[in-house]
Design a protein around this ligand. Structure first.
Ligand code: 13P
Ligand code: SF4
Length: 376
């Protein structure tokens, strides 16, 4: 008779102190050695970041997963689309061949760590929009570009239709790449990243209709608006960055003369345009690191990153660009308890929370992701 081991329950981990959890995570790290790679996105809470082997923005984390050599398991302290991307890149055919067919397991410590923006575009909605657009304009002349903050099914759609994935650090280059192929671009799911980037390429708002998947016809647009379009934007946004407002910029400028406003390009146009500098989370960090002591900043991105920058740069004056708390509640779901629980389950041969993209979706997503990694 065989007995099947049961996975540990999460509940007991919730009552352990952070110190106990840290010890258990460190013990798991020691046991797994080079086989384990813990990746952490910059928005994670400090105690999780402390456990990460590598931290980065979405682009860098994708590169790290793509380049990983010795590891056989990645614990992704980020959100669902990031873990999917890591699975696709770490297990692409050439890497599998190098490892004699051995897969890299990708764990998302809490399966509920999703992204509200990614959830604003379902594959069925994208396919419907594409078909409907085809009744008005030639879809052969549209290159789809998806922000990496999207489900793997959207990345696969983009791969199949000659398109590309972008991150906030290469959106400009990705849209340029797309315009070298066709005269129109469809950009999803973040309208703000799409708009802010295209405005910097001399494309005007009247050339950027917004496609609302819940509108009864043509995404809420006229035929004329679609015919005049250069970039068709999807009606999606980040609920965190949406909360930064122009009046917050005005308040900081008035109270702190000389202050610089530094924002993530997921912020709405009216805030983005008022900023002095912008960039991905990685670029925001580099900008602060490179600034002379005594510089003053109001930063419009997720709270945990801004608080960490404040801690790490006491020589600079750093403010959070909002009087209200803007934090990514789904990133915050990853905590030490989930990390310890998922690592111990893995070690004990009862892995939980494995992210595995099906072969067909992975194959086409990879086409679009490889283009992303080539375009910078
Ligand atoms: P980057 O880390 O690419 O700047 O992205 C920010 C973000 O919102 C991740 O979801
Ligand atoms: Fe998604 Fe916004 Fe959270 Fe990034 S910050 S993971 S875009 S909800």
């Amino acid at each position: 008779m065989t007995t099947t081991a049961l996975a540990h329950e999460l509940k007991p981990y919730k009552s352990l102190s952070n110190d106990e959890l840290r010890q258990r995570i460190l013990a798991a790290k020691q046991q797994l050695g080079d086989r384990l790679l813990i990746l952490g996105h910059h928005y994670q809470q400090d105690e999780v970041i402390e456990m990460a082997d590598l931290r980065g923005d979405s682009y860098l984390l994708s590169q790290m997963a793509a380049d990983s050599q010795d590891c056989r398991v990645i614990a992704f302290c980020g959100v669902h689309f990031m873990a999917e991307t890591a699975d696709i890149l770490a297990n692409r055919p050439e890497k599998l061949a190098e490892r004699g067919g051995e897969r890299v397991d990708v764990i998302l410590p809490d399966m509920a760590a999703g992204c509200s923006m990614a959830d604003m575009a379902a594959i069925e909605q994208i396919e419907d929009a594409w078909d409907e657009l085809g009744e008005v304009i030639d879809t052969q002349d549209i290159t789809p570009v998806t922000y990496i903050n999207s489900a793997a099914s959207l990345k696969a759609f983009v791969g199949r239709h000659g398109g590309i994935v972008c991150t906030s650090s290469n959106a400009h280059a990705a849209i340029e790449w797309a315009f070298a192929k066709t005269s129109r671009v469809m950009f999803f799911p973040d309208q703000h990243l799409g708009r802010n980037t295209a405005l910097g390429m001399n494309i005007t708002n009247d050339q950027m209709p917004v496609w609302d998947p819940y509108a009864s016809e043509l995404g809420g647009n006229t035929e004329q608006a679609l015919e005049n379009s250069k970039v068709i934007l999807w009606k999606g946004h980040c609920s965190v960055h949406q909360m930064f407002r122009p009046e917050h910029v005005a308040m900081f400028r008035e109270k702190h003369p000389g202050i610089k406003i530094l924002v993530h390009p997921e912020c709405p146009q009216e805030v983005f345009e008022l900023a002095d500098e912008y960039g991905s989370t990685g670029k925001i960090i580099k900008t602060v690191e490179a600034a002379p002591p005594g510089s003053k900043w109001a930063i419009g991105t997720e709270l945990h990153l801004v608080n960490r920058l404040k801690e790490e740069h006491p020589e600079q004056e750093i403010h959070f660009l909002s009087p209200v708390v803007c934090m990514c509640a789904t990133m915050y779901r990853i905590d030490l308890a989930h990390l310890a629980w998922s690592l111990e389950n893995y070690l004990d041969g009862t892995p939980t929370n494995l992210i595995e993209v099906d072969d067909e979706t992975a194959k086409w997503s990879l086409v679009a992701l490889e283009r992303m990694l080539e375009v910078k």
